[in-house]
Ligand binder design. Structure first.
Ligand code: ADP
Ligand code: MG
Ligand code: ZN
Length: 484
């Protein structure tokens, strides 16, 4: 499709995001949710869907649902109702999913998303709680050509589903929104959002309409996207596919589609099911979920600071730019690390530069996260303090930094060991200055003739002679003095 034709249309996107809650046990039984156990070992009559087994709602799961909803600026409802969503699928042993339908746990929230430097508000329609299905395994067995195996360890894992308004207008916005959801859930300690383990998955509803049109187009729903890249690819594929149909006079059919990561394409899976296809009815084995204002207050009071609040505080308390505040709150670990370093040295700007620059670069090259940084936040803070006190030049600090990274040692120890203290004492520096003046008569001439910039060259010579240990400020002053 030519860009001119694409330009005539606007994409409309709404996301349904599934987040696995970080509980130790399942939502309706006490089986563990741990990952990687032998297939079908973390199971019991409840999560196997055996007749007569009764679900018991996990208090912890509800608390995480409350926290998640609050982190999305939603209103937690005093009463919500679990419902049976009936469908047959081999990995769903009960023959229905226990979810919430017309009375979900929370309604009406939003997230503010920073896209290409501008803030955009994406509305959140509702949050509901539900249990996860098991897993069908289609390959890896010697008879996989004939059989599909089922592992029910995941059956009954607690999830929240977060449904957005159709407010998203580009694939980039969708990616930023999902990343904002992920951050909010991680900061609120609702979920680890480990995408490789399927803790965060999303369905993208995508439609196209002519720019300026009021009415929404017919949407396709692309199921189960488990990475940011796949989300972006799936949306961009859908945009072109739908415009091609519309431009050739066709109509979009409302359907559910699957993304094929190898081809970067979506394929039709089934025509879109309607709510009545699921024969929803209230789950007779569970009471309506009642959340008192006291309980809600208690749970929200225990919530850690959320990304948006933390970003705002980083900007106001430390004078960081919106961009720096954004980068330093990508994860709680980086935000905590930065604040611990500032606590030691008191210089937020320098701490931000080291954390986002040298340290982030080295960690990235090693595939490490901030929580396993070989340089502790305290040691980085000490390094910056040494610069501030003039005991280290910027240059020496840059030399010491990789050594701190390699050994995990404090900067002071490395300085002692390697004799790398900055020389600020003018008596000690005077000898260097005199030597450099004697060795560079031409530059001295030029300086006296008014070309004062050669002082930079002269200072550089002293830095070289002193193996980077001379305090450049003191050296500068000494030259200025002597050349007067
Ligand atoms: P369902 O549960 O059947 O998928 P919902 O009405 O709950 O339907 O909507 C699911 C998602 O689809 C929501 O995120 C909503 O914003 C989005 N959505 C609804 N209509 C459109 C549309 N025409 N284009 C894009 N997204 C849409
Ligand atoms: Mg849907
Ligand atoms: Zn169980």
């Amino acid at each position: 499709m030519s860009p001119e034709v694409m330009e005539k249309y606007e994409v409309v996107i709404g996301l349904e995001v599934h987040v696995q809650l970080s509980t130790r046990t399942k939502i309706f039984c006490s089986c563990p949710t741990s990952f990687g156990a032998q297939p079908n070992t973390n199971v019991c009559p409840v999560c196997l869907g055996l007749p007569g087994a009764l679900p018991v709602l996990s208090r912890r799961a509800v608390e995480l649902g409350m926290k998640g909803s609050t982190a999305l600026n939603c209103t937690v409802q005093p009463e919500s109702v679990f419902a049976r969503k009936n469908y047959f699928y081999p990995d769903s042993p009960k023959g229905y999913q226990i979810s919430q339908f017309d009375k979900p746990i929370a309604l009406d929230g939003y997230l503010d998303v920073l896209v290409h430097g501008e803030t955009k508000r994406v509305g959140i329609t509702r949050v509901h709680m539900e249990d996860d299905a098991g897993k069908s395994i289609h390959d890896g067995f010697k008879d996989s050509d004939r059989f599909t195996y089922v592992d029910l360890n995941r059956s009954g894992t607690p999830l929240i589903e977060i449904v957005s308004e159709p407010d998203i207008r580009s694939s980039d916005e969708a990616v930023e929104y999902l990343s904002e959801v992920k951050q909010a859930m991680q900061f609120a300690e609702v979920s680890t959002c480990d995408m490789e383990k399927g803790h965060l998955r999303c369905d993208a509803n995508v439609s196209m309409r002519l720019k300026g049109a009021e009415k929404l187009g017919t949407r396709a729903e692309v199921k189960n996207l488990n990475s940011f890249r796949f989300l972006k690819q799936a949306i961009e594929f859908e945009m072109v596919r739908q415009v091609e149909i519309l431009e050739s006079g066709g109509r979009i059919i409302q359907e559910t589609r699957l993304f094929n990561p190898d081809l970067g394409e979506t394929i039709s899976m089934r025509s879109k099911e309607e709510a009545h296809d699921y024969r929803y009815f209230p789950e007779p084995d569970l009471m309506p979920l009642r959340i008192s204002p006291e309980w809600l207050a208690e749970v929200t009071a225990s919530m850690p600071e959320l990304p948006q609040a933390r970003r705002a505080r980083f900007a106001s308390a430390y004078g960081l730019s919106a961009y720096d505040a954004q980068v330093l709150t990508i994860t709680r670990e980086i935000a905590d690390y930065f604040e611990r370093a500032v606590k030691v040295c008191g210089d937020a700007k320098q701490a931000a530069n080291w954390v986002m620059g040298d340290l982030a670069g080295m960690l990235k090259a090693d595939g490490k996260e901030f929580e396993d940084s070989p340089i502790s936040a305290e040691h980085l803070g000490e390094l910056i303090s040494l610069i501030i006190k003039g005991e280290l030049s910027g240059k020496l600090a840059k030399d010491i930094f990789p050594k701190m990274y390699a050994t995990g040692d404090a900067p002071g120890g490395i300085m002692e060991r390697e004799g790398l203290r900055q020389i600020s004492d003018s008596g000690a520096l005077e000898k260097f200055v005199d030597d450099v003046l004697a060795a560079n008569p031409k530059q001295v001439e030029q300086y006296k003739a008014g070309k004062t910039t050669v002082i930079g060259f002269l200072v550089g010579q002293v830095m070289k002679l002193s193996r980077g240990q001379a305090n450049p400020g003191t050296v500068n002053a000494l030259f200025a003095e002597k050349l007067k």
